[in-house]
Each structure stands twice: as C-alpha cells, then as structure tokens.
Ligand binder design. Structure first.
Ligand code: ATP
Length: 513
C-alpha cells in the first residue's frame, strides 16, 4: 500500500493533470506558495464557497454578508494588533539552511508521541481481538503511560513558553527533545526570531507622500470596521452575524504543503456579535454548528476533531480549531474564536468613533462581544480532495483513480456520452445536455472507448455518466452509471433529472446540517 506521503504526492500531480490546481506562473517555474485554480478547481472552489455562504446567510436569518476591500486604512492594522503582534517564531537549521516555525516543530513532536501511543494501542487491539478494552489498556500499559507522561510534560512546557512569549525556552525545548531538521538530520539550530507576516505596499505616488498600506492578512477586520454600517443600514439587532468571503495575504516563511499554506489564499469568515456575558454559550453553539457543516459532507466523521488552542491570540478568551486528517496528519482547517470585545473596542479607541449597540431590552449601550468562525477555502478544498481521493483495484486487475467528491460540490455533475460518434447518437446526447445545462454543469464526451471516458470522469469526480446507445433512439432510455459503485441502470430520459437531482442538490445538503 502506498504511504500517506506518496498518496499526497500523487494527489498534487493529480490536481495539476486534471485541471484542479496549477502552480502560479507555471511557465516561469512557479512562485513560492502561490497557486492558480484550473477549470475543475474553480468549480469545486465555487461550490465550497456556495455551501458555506448559503449555510450562513440562508440558514440564519440574522447573518448577512458583505464584501469589503483588500486594502484598508493602515490604522486598522495598528488597532487590530497585527502591526505589533502578527508574527511567527522562526528557527533555521544551519546545515540545511532550511527555515522552520519553532512552534510547528514542537507540535509535530507532540504528534509523534500521540502516534506512538496509537500504534501501541492498535497493535494490542489486534493481539487481544474482541476481548480488548482500549480504555483500560491506555490507562494501565506501562509503555503507553510512559509516552503519555512525556507528551503531557512537553505539552505543558510548550504552552507555558508560548504564553510567556519565551523564545529561548522554545529553542531549549527543541534541543531537549532532540528534534532534528528533516532535511539535514542535524540539531544545529540558530536562535529563534520573530517575523511579521503582513505584506505591505504603497498607495499614492512617492512625490506627494505615499502611504504604506498592507494587504489584509485576514478578512475579519473588514467586518469589524463595517459593524456600524451594517447594523444601522440593516437595522440589525444583537445577536447577529456578518459573513464575508475574500482573499487574504500572509508572507508565510515556511510554506511547503501545497495549498495548505499559501501566501495568497481565501478565507470565509463570520463574526457573530453577542451580548457581553453570553459569549461562552454562543461559542459552544457555533462550535457544534460548524462541525455539523463539515460532517454533513460525508467524508467520514472520524477525520475531524477539535483541537483547543494552547496559546490564545491576543484578542481571544476561548479558541478551538476544527482539524481534518490530511495525509500529513490532523491539521487545522477552521478556527473558532471567542474574540471578546477586543476588536470593536480597539477600533473605538483608534478611530474615536463610538462603536456600540443600544440594546432596547437591557436599556443600555455596550460594545458587543464576538464569536468568529474562520475557515480557509483552500484548506477546505484540500480536505475535500484528500477525503475524496481514492485508488481502487478493479475486477479486471486495473486500478481506477476516483475522486469521491460530495456530489453537490463536484465540478462536473453529469457527463453525457454517445456510444458512437454517428447514427444520431451525438444529437440525442446534445438534446439531453441542452435540457439539463441550465441547472447542472454537464460535459459532453465522444472520444475514446466508454471505459476510458468513465475513467476520465472518475478522475475529476463526476457523480453521474449517461451513455446514449442505439436502443435509446427507439425506447428513449439511457444507461446511467454511478461513480462510487460503478453500477449501471437503464432509465427513461424523462426521469433522468429526477434520478440525479436528489444527491446533486445543494438544498438537500444544507438540510442535513
Ligand atoms: P496556522 O496556525 O496554520 O498558520 P492560523 O491559526 O494562523 O493557521 P487563522 O489565522 O486562524 O489561521 O486563519 C483562519 C483560517 O484561515 C485557518 O483555519 C486556515 O484555514 C486559513 N489559513 C490561514 N493561513 C493560511 C495560509 N497561509 N494558507 C491557506 N489557508 C490559511
């Protein structure tokens, strides 16, 4: 069986070969950690965005959307804390000259302890069979206990160093844990330095005094600075939310995992404004709602978990991540943060404008508290593709690569395939396309054998293929072939839409959240 690393490599080349993701400026050998979406990628990405947008703005009558500009007044980033505190602790290996995030190196070490425990447990489960009591084993096995203790100690030490912003201690942890550079294999580390992640540029010509401005590193601030505009123009009452999808930019120094960590990426963020004191309950509610949104896609409930933050950002009083099991381990796809009144209060202070809500029920004004849900479109895209990618051995000994993308998100919904290029079959196929194209993205394909055409559609995740044959000209039936089961069924053309509609419908998907 292929290792996870090999599968990931295959997935990356699959993305390029089948028009999902290309390196940016490919003919110039690419630009680090910047990617373009191809003809299939853009469809999948748009469908993911629609799934999120509709789940926010249709399913919640108190959530509305905005679309704010990438460029913002430079003081926004002073007020938000990004100018002073948006940085990563970086460490270099002197032999390989590779740079790493110190916190990530340590997190990976913690994950190694976890893996060790899981491996021990799996081995024991196999040995003991049905009689295996996992909880008891984890609580009593000396080897597991020992690793568990090491993990807990490291975890506590790491959390303290992060919260104290103690860079020397972070470095000492790396030394004490004997963490080596994956490239050189040595422990020859530099000191840790902090590096601000914001890109800056200039607005206006230098002659008349250009202003340094930043490319937004998150979309959230566009929501905060529009709080009053939306609240007043929409006559919104607390609690309410503002959602936004848009590009964000971070000068990530360590950017190696394909579209997992990009320098230009897209976020889907929702800020939910609540009464002070009610934030804990709302935090819990949004945590659960967001997890249901992920799980509704059917990629496998076990692939998700919550991960509470060890270090809270300067603005937060509670924070958790939703992690997805990528080929390189469980990784953050979405962050849910209780941001207190930090942002609005800070913008009050820096702008001199009163940013408050008069609550008629309480008969007083206050600065609302905020629960944020923040998910990266690109990481979501990657989680859908890794969850969907599968290589299957077929009965005839061949292998098929199939993307089992949730049908409502699939780039192409239906392929229409005339058995041969003559005898009126292409015309009949076009007729079917013309009927369905207003609702569904269909693809017509008449080249090569039917088998080859099926494989091409499997590779881009098309849930349904419809073959038009000679009998169909007489009985007005077609053969529908299902992507996941490869089963085939004869259906009257008039019933086709009904057969495919249920699974393709975004509405039905939204209903399962
Ligand atoms: P990480 O710790 O992985 O750098 P983060 O905690 O800084 O991520 P947030 O600031 O919480 O991330 O951003 C919210 C979401 O935006 C993340 O959950 C992720 O999906 C997405 N995101 C953040 N940085 C990137 C990036 N460089 N490339 C792609 N997506 C990103």
């Amino acid at each position: 069986m292929a290792s996870q690393e090999e599968i990931f490599k295959k997935l990356v080349s699959h993305c390029k070969e089948y028009g999902f993701v290309f390196p940016s400026s490919d003919i110039y050998d690419g630009l680090g950690a910047v990617y373009d979406y191809g003809q299939n990628g853009v469809e999948l990405k748009n469908n993911i965005k629609k799934y999120w947008w509709d789940s926010m703005t249709l399913l919640n009558e108190n959530v509305v959307g905005i679309d704010s500009a990438v460029f913002m007044h430079p003081t926004v980033w002073k007020a938000s804390g990004h100018v002073d505190a948006f940085n990563d602790p970086l460490i270099d290996n002197k032999d390989s000259k590779k740079r790493y995030r110190a916190d990530v190196l340590i997190e990976e070490q913690i994950a190694k302890y976890e893996d060790k425990i899981n491996r021990e447990t799996e081995k024991a489960a196999k040995r003991f069979g049905d009689a295996f009591d996992e909880q008891k084993f984890r609580e009593t096995n000396p080897r597991v206990q020992e690793t568990e203790a090491k993990k807990a100690a490291l975890h506590a030490r790491f959390a303290k160093a992060l919260n104290d912003e103690n860079l020397e201690e972070l470095r000492q942890i790396i030394i004490d844990e004997e963490i080596v550079c994956p490239v050189s294999g040595t422990r020859n580390w530099t000191e840790i330095r902090r590096f601000n992640l914001m890109f800056s540029t200039e607005m206006g010509s230098t002659a008349d005094g250009a202003t340094k401005i930043y490319l937004r590193p998150e979309t959230a601030q566009g929501i905060f600075v529009n709080f009053l505009n939306v609240q007043k123009s929409g006559r919104m009452k607390i609690p309410f939310g503002i959602a936004q999808i848009g590009k964000a930019f971070r000068n990530e120094i360590v950017a190696r995992q394909f579209i997992f960590r990009m320098r230009e990426f897209e976020q889907m963020e929702m800020q939910f404004f609540v009464r002070p004191g009610e934030e804990a309950a709302w935090f819990e509610k949004w945590k659960q709602t967001r997890m249901r949104w992920h799980k509704a896609l059917g990629l496998g409930d076990k692939k998700y978990r919550f991960h509470d933050h060890d270090k809270l950002a300067h603005y937060a009083n509670a924070a958790t991540d939703i992690e997805f099991e990528m080929p390189f381990g469980f990784k953050e796809v979405e962050g849910i943060h209780s941001r207190t009144d930090f942002d609005l209060s800070s913008h009050e202070k820096f702008s001199g404008k009163k940013i408050q809500f008069f609550d008629p029920e309480l008969n007083r004004s206050y600065v609302p508290y905020v629960i944020e849900t923040s998910i990266g479109v690109d990481r979501m895209f990657l989680s859908v593709l890794t969850g969907a990618y599968s290589e299957e051995k077929l009965e005839d000994g061949e292998t098929r690569t199939v993307l089992k993308i949730p049908p409502a998100l699939a780039p192409v919904k239906l392929a229409v395939l005339p058995l041969v290029k003559k005898d009126g079959l292409p015309e009949k196929a076009r007729e079917i396309m013309d009927n369905l194209k207003f609702e569904y993205h269909c693809q017509y394909d008449e080249k090569d054998s039917i088998g080859k055409r099926y494989r091409r559609q499997d590779a881009i995740g098309t849930p349904y293929c419809v073959t038009v044959d000679h009998d169909g000209l007489v009985d007005n039936q077609v053969t529908i072939r299902y992507r996941d089961t490869m089963q085939q069924e004869r259906v009257p053309i008039v019933r086709l839409e009904q057969v495919i509609a249920e699974k393709l419908s975004m509405k039905n998907l939204l209903k399962t959240i």
